[in-house]
Design a protein around this ligand. Sequence first.
Ligand code: PLP
Length: 397
Amino acid sequence: MNNRQLFLRHVAQTSDAPLALEIVKAQGMYMWDADGKQILDLIAGISVCNVGHCHPQVVKAIQEQAQQYMHLLVYGELVQSPQVTYARLLTSHLPAVLNSVYFTNSGAEAVEGAMKLSKRYTGRTEIIAFKNSYHGSTQGALSIIGQESMRSAYRPLLPDIQHLDYNAFESLEHITERTACVIAETVQGEAGVRVPQREWLLALREKCSQTGTLLVLDEIQCGLGRNGTLWAFEQFGVVPDILLLGKALGGGMPLGAFIANRDVMWCLTNNPVLGHITTFGGHPVNCAAGMAGMQALLEEDLVASVKEKEQLFLQYLQHPAIKTIRSLGLMMAVELENFPINKAVIDHCIANGLLTDWFLFAPECLRIAPPLIITPEQIRESCDIILEALDAVTGKQ
Ligand code: PLP
């Protein structure tokens, strides 16, 4: 049996049609399959590889830390310099109130931590989230995601959760003194890149402050430069009480975080002590990798060119089969007629050496979320492949 057959037989499957390409190497903007075919990566492992695959500084940091020490003890007991220096770097680039970082294994665990912390800090139980939001697949995160089709098979889920319309002023009326927290993606990703109005996020911030509700912004997908600023919330003039990070945070290694004010975070130390426990959260090798990734992002000034690159995509992607393109920076959803057309376009792109996909809650939209290192030439090349695929699939020119 070859690796593909073994993969289908022994690696648990979550879909009946996985891509099942066997990748043997990845570097910068490219992956190579087992036949040596080069594939241009237009989705960055779903917003993970912001500095590209196997960035040399990230690889070096991993090697050096692995030689120094790997796992030592469960989270929070020992002083581990990769955690300390990364927490310091992150907080030095955040508003002063966000000064305490809890490192987790994943985005979903950061969501879980934020939900627990909000309940514990406010003494309240209600959590408000939004329709079409995605926050992860563990039971708590699943309870707040905004798609009934994904939740329904797993009931009972967490009680006292409301799902409201995103970017709708009427929703704000439901936030009351009963609400522990409101969790929102600053820009909705899996909904097909839905950018809220600035006024709505400001009003949401205001309503949370009035009612003593914590505002939790999920930047697991949109954080770390993808939207053209280091943090998406900067573009809306709001500061959350808790910020959620993941994906690109680990520079390609698994790492998440919930970040809050030290006074809020202090709740996890008492009644009960050890309010959130993790064995591997903040793993020193992953923190070293994340730190090197963020340093590369800053040193190479990658965030500064994001908006220009977005404009290039928008300029090149003109085709009658494209209904609209929603975007903020290098987080873009190209809306086509329906899923079958989108799927055929995606398959055509992959056959021609360009990796893209669709969105969980917007299957008619093609995803563009490349590593931020993509060059203007690679943008042109990607768009040419997409346009050719659109011609081939839809016949429109
Ligand atoms: N929040 C958002 C906005 C996400 O896009 C994701 C993952 O796609 C998550 C949370 C969950 O992160 P993870 O898959 O690391 O648990």
